[in-house]
Every structure is written in structure tokens, then in C-alpha cells.
Ligand binder design. Structure first.
Ligand code: PLP
Ligand code: LMR
Length: 399
């Protein structure tokens, strides 16, 4: 019966992680998948999460019932406060429908299914390039997908003119996926001034923005990294916002995130919420409990929330230090080459000017794993692995 099933070529990111695990070399360095490692090379458990676990400890002997389809109520409220601000007019008006999801991927899937059901004619537009799974998830939900120009390999920044020129041509009603901060895979972000120019354009063209936020607080501050969403609320736009807590709470395996749909009024938000619940029911019925409990405890406790903010800020600062060190050391080794873009790009990733063949060489000869697109996870660098990584990069860049 299953004889005709073809072998999948494998996911470009997750397959590399499998290869890395099989690699027996002691000096191997994993800069492929987007995981935050601390200075000791470990994926940390945050202190705020450890404390949240302590508070949960006295509940271990009770059975865990199903959460409602939309997830834990106090968690959903806390998420809205974190994303839009407690004083947000949209939050206070109750015009945002938020559901707890299985990480950011689950939020994208629920959003894609919901949109495709109500707007089957709408296509999806993503940046060139984007996180591969954006295309896979939306195509899987039935969308036709297209790309808008975004990354300029010459500058390592955004080709904003080309982006806007394309967006001006997109048919009304289509969905435009945007990264509010820490663009994956390039690290090239829009400035606040560029968001201010883009938002009226999206509004005038009657496009549906879908913001995908997986790294809030790792680019700049928690507030600055969500500038686009708050500016869209101020501009009176309706849009979707998926967010992931995998990286910023170091809760990858707990699969915790949320999808928020900002509507024009409370009545619409209630109807949208009812449909998001149906979408969840059809996909997996209800979300898991643990991650929501942990994030809920942290975000709803002043002291733990303060601790979390400090921990996220420290992660962001460590990544910036690594960018600086990589820039300094590579520039010293290869004085003729310009690595300024490493400093301008933000968040976990940088798109380095490396061909797939150079990426293969880094992996095969030096045990340095990066994506074949040239994407390097800056959060995997530390003072110890930096010198061998710089050696490997210098060798590959100079031949
Ligand atoms: N969106 C972006 C831009 C990402 O980089 C990621 C990576 O994990 C996700 C969504 C998925 O988030 P999660 O791992 O929580 O499913
Ligand atoms: C990545 O891009 O490496 C991360 O977002 C993890 C993933 O699921 O791909």
C-alpha cells in the first residue's frame, strides 16, 4: 500500500542537526539551528522558569485535564499585555482575539488555516528569503505563495525600495508575512522609520499583514522589537501576530506560543475567537498545559517578570557581544573584506556571504555547521569556539 511513498529530502535545518549529532569530532560547532546557547555552550534553563517550576511542584500529583481549545485564559491575557502593552487601547477594548498555540509554528498553522478558510482567494507573500517553514506551512494550508524582494546581499541590509515597489503591486486582500524583528534567516531588519513608511502602504493597498515574532527582546528591547505591531494598532489596522516563546523563555520542547488577531471591534474579535477555536479543534483539539502554566506564572508575577526581562536582555547582549567579536576577529584576519554587516544585522542570525559549497567545506573540513544558504546562528558562538570558527571562516573566505 505505501510502496509508492517517496523519501522526503529532509528539512534543510533539522537534517543538519541530525548530521551534527552523528558527527564524532570533538571540536564540532553547531551554528545551524536557531537555538540560544549561553557562554558555556549550553542551552540554558532560565532562572525565572526554575522558580516557576518550584511553584508548580506541589501540583504534580494531580491529574492534568484538557485546557480549553483557546488555551489558558490568564496566559492569553498576559501575552496580550506583553505584545501590545497593558495600556493598549486595542487590549482594553477587547478587540484582540488571542489563542495559545503549539509554539510559533502552531500559531502560523492556525492563522494560515483560519485565513484560507475565510479568504480562499488570498495568496501569501513572504520576504526573499524567509524561514523555509513559512512557505511550507502556508502552502500546506492551501495558499499559493510568492516572494517580495527583501534582502540585499550587496549591503547585507534590506532593499526597502524594491520591497515597497513590489508591495504596491500586490492585489488587495492578499496576506503579507513580515518579521517584526530579528529577521530569520538574514538578521536584516526594517528601521522604525521604514515601518512608518510601510504601514500606510499596506493599509492603502488593503493587504493583510501577518507579523511573525519569534525573537522579541533579542534584537533590542522587548518594546522596541514589537514596534511594528504597536504602530499597526495605532494606525487602526487589522492584522495577525504569531509569537513564539521557544527562544526567549528557552522552552523549545514545551511548544508554547500564541496567535493574536487584531480586529476592528470587540464583537468581531469574539467571532474570530470562536473560529480560531474551531481551527484548533480540527487540528489538535487543545494545546498542552505545561508551557502555558510556566509562562503564565512568570508574566503574572512582578518579581519573576522582572527577572525574565533581565534574562532576555542578557541573552540579547551576549549575542551582540559575539557579533562584535566575530566582526573584530574576522576583520583582523581578512583586512580587505568588509564585515560591517555583522554589526548592523540583529538577533540570532546573520546571512554571511558564503556559497553552498563554502558552507559544505566549513562543515566537512572544520566541523562548523551553518545552513547552506550562508545563515549563521550567532547565538551558538562563545569565547571558546570563536577562534576555531574564525579560523575556519578565514580559510574558506580566502580561497
Ligand atoms: N517563526 C520564525 C521566524 C522562527 O524563526 C521560528 C523558529 O523557531 C518559528 C516561527 C517557530 O517557532 P517555534 O519553534 O516556537 O514553533
Ligand atoms: C531555525 O530557523 O533554525 C529555528 O527557527 C528552528 C526551526 O524550527 O527551524
Amino acid at each position: 500500500m505505501f510502496h509508492s511513498v517517496e523519501q522526503s529530502p529532509g528539512d534543510p535545518i533539522l537534517s543538519l542537526v541530525e548530521d551534527f549529532k552523528r558527527d564524532k569530532r570533538a571540536e564540532k560547532v553547531n551554528l545551524s539551528i536557531g537555538l540560544y546557547y549561553d557562554e558555556a555552550g549550553q542551552v540554558p534553563q532560565l532562572a525565572c522558569i526554575r522558580k516557576a517550576y518550584e511553584r508548580l511542584a506541589n501540583t504534580w500529583d494531580k491529574p492534568e485535564l484538557y485546557l480549553p481549545m483557546e488555551g489558558l485564559a490568564s496566559y492569553r491575557q498576559a501575552v496580550q499585555h506583553m505584545l501590545f502593552g497593558e495600556e493598549s487601547e486595542a487590549v482594553k477594548a477587547g478587540r484582540i482575539a488571542t489563542v495559545q498555540t503549539l509554539g510559533g509554528s502552531g500559531a502560523l498553522k492556525i492563522g494560515a488555516d483560519f485565513l484560507h478558510r475565510y479568504f480562499p482567494q488570498a495568496d501569501l507573500w513572504v520576504s526573499r528569503p524567509t524561514w523555509e517553514n513559512h512557505i511550507a506551512i502556508f502552502a500546506g494550508a492551501g495558499f499559493t505563495t510568492h516572494e517580495y524582494p527583501y534582502f540585499d546581499p550587496k549591503t547585507g541590509g534590506v532593499d526597502f525600495e524594491a520591497m515597497c515597489a513590489c508591495i504596491r503591486q500586490i492585489p488587495a486582500g492578499d496576506v503579507v508575512l513580515l518579521h517584526p524583528c530579528c529577521h530569520n534567516p538574514t538578521g536584516a531588519d526594517l528601521s522604525e522609520a521604514q515601518w512608518d513608511a510601510l504601514i500606510p502602504l499596506l493599509k492603502e493597498r488593503r493587504l493583510v499583514p501577518f507579523l511573525d515574532l519569534a525573537y522579541q527582546g533579542l534584537g533590542s528591547t522587548l518594546e522596541a522589537d514589537v514596534y511594528a505591531a504597536r504602530a499597526m494598532v495605532k494606525a487602526g489596522m487589522t492584522f495577525l501576530l504569531s509569537n513564539s516563546f521557544s527562544k526567549v523563555f528557552s522552552l523549545y520542547g514545551d511548544r508554547i506560543g500564541a496567535l493574536s488577531v487584531v480586529c476592528q471591534d470587540k464583537e468581531t474579535a469574539e467571532r474570530v475567537l470562536s473560529q480560531l477555536k474551531v481551527t484548533v479543534r480540527r487540528n489538535y483539539s487543545s494545546p498542552p498545559v505545561r508551557g502555558a502554566q510556566l509562562v503564565n506564572i512568570v508574566l503574572n508575577d512582578k518579581e519573576l517578570a522582572r527577572l525574565w526581562r533581565e534574562e532576555v536582555a542578557a541573552m540579547g547582549a551576549r549575542i551582540r557581544t559575539m557579533r562584535q567579536s566575530l566582526h573584530t576577529q574576522l576583520s583582523a584576519r581578512l583586512p580587505g573584506q568588509d564585515f560591517q554587516y555583522l554589526l548592523a544585522q540583529r538577533g540570532m542570525f546573520s546571512m554571511m556571504k558564503l556559497t553552498p559549497a563554502q558552507a559544505d567545506r566549513l562543515r566537512e573540513e572544520y566541523g562548523v555547521y551553518i545552513l547552506r544558504s550562508g545563515r549563521v546562528c550567532m547565538a551558538g558562538l562563545n569565547e571558546q569556539n570563536l577562534p576555531p570558527v574564525v579560523n575556519a571562516l578565514a580559510a574558506v573566505f580566502s580561497t
